[in-house]
Write a protein that binds this ligand. Structure first.
Ligand SMILES: *[C@@H]1O[C@H](CO)[C@@H](O)[C@H](O)[C@H]1NC(C)=O
Ligand SMILES: *[C@@H]1O[C@H](CO)[C@@H](O)[C@H](O)[C@H]1NC(C)=O
Ligand SMILES: *[C@@H]1O[C@H](CO)[C@@H](O)[C@H](O)[C@H]1NC(C)=O
Length: 355
């Protein structure tokens, strides 16, 4: 057994060495050339030659700035491609084409500001795309056109302000969408309309104040919706009522809640929906009115509608009193009238008797 292992090692070693001319200076080629590690090799452009057997190519922490067209056409066995922490601002059309086995592509920590229509050509089997810490400002229907098999998309820490309807339209298999720490202000109905497999939607750390009622409705597999650290001061009950899932956890911490009777009522109704779990409800704090700033909603919520109830009571009482007074006055006036009539009649009678 031991001999066999040794023999295997020697054979692997030998075959690596026999291909070593393939391994570019600065790279480390291992495992029968299946792993090509060129991290921190000071490359400013794509290495010209990568062993064609390579399944994992690590080009992270270099200074590559352009992905030219068909960069990987000689590496069609690639399954993992790591390009994080470079200086990439341009991905030429079809830069990643013909990579039919690629499962994971890491482009995080680069300078990508736009995704062209050709960006996703040839990536139909990609399962994970990392694009965090880039400079994207918007997504549209061409951004991810060909990513039919994608399961995890990480777009956190960009500057995304707008998401057009159909931006994610090819992604019926997507399970995780990370959009935290962007610049979103509103969520329009239809932007998530095809994401029926989506389990996790992270929207924390944006500036969302405005959510259209039907936006979460298509997300029938969603188990976690993170809306913490946004700009919501109120919420619409119908938006959350329209989430038709088996069970969904919702996070709402660090929003500037306007603590009034309406908010208290909405939360009271939300908490009665069996399939929704407001995990951080006990951590929600008020921003407005000023007298309640930094108070926990749970500490004041029994009083929020109290003031309103008192006001309603006072108004009702006033109305009742006014009505009663009016009735009394009317009654008195009627009696007076009656008495006056009575006296006049008697007067008339006595006048008559004088004759
Ligand atoms: C990064 O790329 C830009 C052009 O896109 C270039 O001006 C800059 O010098 C590059 N930075 C480094 C560190 O290579
Ligand atoms: C998203 O990207 C950030 C930055 O690279 C990373 O820290 C985080 O773990 C990623 N999240 C997922 C779920 O891949
Ligand atoms: C509530 O806040 C505390 C302190 O900030 C934190 O430790 C805890 O995890 C939060 N709870 C939830 C459910 O987020």
């Amino acid at each position: 057994m031991k001999e066999l292992l040794l023999l295997l090692l020697v054979v692997t070693e030998a075959s690596s060495r026999s291909h070593s001319s393939w391994c570019k200076r600065g790279c480390d080629c291992r495992g029968d050339l299946k792993f090509t590690i060129c991290s921190r090799a000071h490359f400013t452009q794509m290495p010209g030659r990568v062993p064609p057997n390579t399944e994992l190519l690590d080009l992270s922490d270099n200074r590559i700035s352009v992905i030219p067209e068909r960069s990987f056409s000689n590496n069609r066995k690639l399954r993992f491609l790591l390009l994080q922490n470079n200086n990439i601002s341009v991905v030429e059309n079809a830069g990643f084409s013909q990579m039919e086995f690629l499962q994971k592509l890491d482009l995080s920590w680069n300078r990508i500001s736009a995704l062209s229509e050709g960006f996703s050509v040839g990536l139909a089997l990609l399962r994970e795309l990392q694009l965090a810490h880039n400079r994207l400002t918007g997504l549209d229907s061409r951004s991810f056109l060909h990513l039919d098999g994608l399961q995890r998309l990480n777009l956190s820490s960009n500057s995304i302000r707008t998401i057009q309807v159909r931006s994610f339209s090819s992604m019926s298999s997507l399970r995780q969408l990370h959009l935290q720490d962007n610049q979103l202000r509103s969520l329009r109905s239809g932007i998530f309309s095809t994401l029926r497999s989506l389990e996790l939607l992270n929207l924390a750390g944006n500036q969302i104040a405005d959510i259209e009622v039907a936006v979460f409705k298509p997300l029938t597999s969603m188990t976690l919706l993170d809306l913490a650290n946004n700009q919501m001061s109120t919420i619409d009950f119908k938006t959350f009522l329209s989430i038709h899932t088996y069970s969904t956890h919702v996070l709402l911490e660090d929003n500037p809640w306007q603590c009034d009777c309406d908010l208290q009522r909405v939360f009271w109704k939300l908490r009665s929906i069996q399939r929704l779990f407001l995990d951080d409800y006990y951590n929600l704090t008020c921003e407005e009115p000023a007298v309640l700033r930094d108070y926990r909603l749970t500490d004041v919520d029994t009083e929020l509608c109290l003031a309103e109830t008192v006001t309603v009571l006072v108004i009702s009482l006033t109305v009742v009193v006014t009505l009663l007074a009016a009735m009394l006055m009317g009654e008195r006036k009627r009696k007076k009238e009656k008495r006056r009539k009575h006296w006049t009649q008697q007067g008339e009678l006595s006048d008559e008797s004088d004759y």
